[in-house]
Design a protein around this ligand. Structure first.
Ligand code: ZN
Length: 272
């Protein structure tokens, strides 16, 4: 049995909400909805999900860039907040992409069940590469394939959220940890592409307010550091960030991109 089959009790059918039982190659509900478990070990709760804008090359860039250490402060902050507010019990990384953050924040998935979910199949395929005990699933944030009150923490890093679903899957007292960009996040990329961006400046005011509407804020932390970039890292950064999507990368003067600012707010809250 693969880890995800052994953890079938954490999940539920995203179509009819029934419990799931593990079969040889799938998770299945009593109504006959059947969700394949790939040979790589991830469950596919959204077989109709299209490839979309996020392809293999993007996730390669993203995982290389994150491995460069630019998000170490974020990862350490997430670890500290988990220690403080949800030291045990299952954790969901909602919008985990290729899984770099979940693997870094929870390097030992035998310590607690660690579920990474994303609508991007290439992302989840990459996350599942190399095995390990993490539980990877292709799934829709608006219809989480998880049972009610089953996780003690939802992590949501630089990714869209679905707060009603987060609240549903959280156990009483469970915490949502959301990382949102600060106004200086990737400011060097914004400056480089400013003629081609719809908005040169960014404000997270609305995002933070929406979080506060849904969650009682336990704590908000802010991190902001500027790092030197190699030319390879600059190329990965431009390839991975949604900021420069739709912009011909050849038109950007990558040689001018020799630093990057990682400015993030990390919000911890319990559902209201
Ligand atoms: Zn079903």
């Amino acid at each position: 049995m693969r880890p995800i089959q052994n953890s079938a009790a954490l999940f539920r059918c995203p179509l009819c909400r029934s419990p799931l039982t593990a079969g040889e190659t799938s998770l299945r509900c009593e109504k006959g909805h059947d969700f394949a478990i790939s040979k790589k070990g991830y469950a596919d709760f959204c077989p109709a999900a299209k490839a979309g804008a996020y392809d293999d090359a993007l996730f390669d860039s993203r995982s290389r860039f994150i491995a460069g250490g630019f998000y170490t402060e974020l990862i350490e902050t997430m670890k500290a907040l988990l220690d403080r507010y949800a030291p045990a019990g299952p954790i969901l990384d909602a919008g985990c992409g290729e899984g770099s953050f979940l693997k870094a924040v929870c390097p030992d998935p035998t310590a607690r069940p660690c579920i990474g979910l994303d609508l991007s199949r290439p992302g989840i395929q990459r996350a599942a590469r190399g095995g390990g005990g993490w539980l990877w699933a292709v799934g829709d944030l608006s219809r989480l394939p998880l049972k009610d009150n089953g996780v003690t923490a939802v992590m949501n890093i630089l990714s869209p959220a679905n707060y009603p679903e987060f609240s549903r899957v959280l156990a009483p007292g469970g915490v949502t940890l959301k990382a949102v960009p600060g106004e200086s996040y990737l400011r060097e990329v914004r400056a480089l592409a400013k003629d081609r961006l719809r908005r040169e400046t960014y404000s997270n005011e609305r995002v933070v307010q929406l979080f506060g509407d849904r969650f009682c804020m336990l704590e908000a932390r802010e991190i902001c550091s500027t790092y030197p970039l190699t030319s390879a890292q600059a190329a990965d950064l431009v390839a991975m960030t949604p900021l420069t999507q739709g912009i011909e990368k050849e038109q950007l003067d990558l040689a001018a991109l020799d630093t990057v600012t990682i400015h993030l707010h990390i919000l911890a809250g319990v559902p209201r």
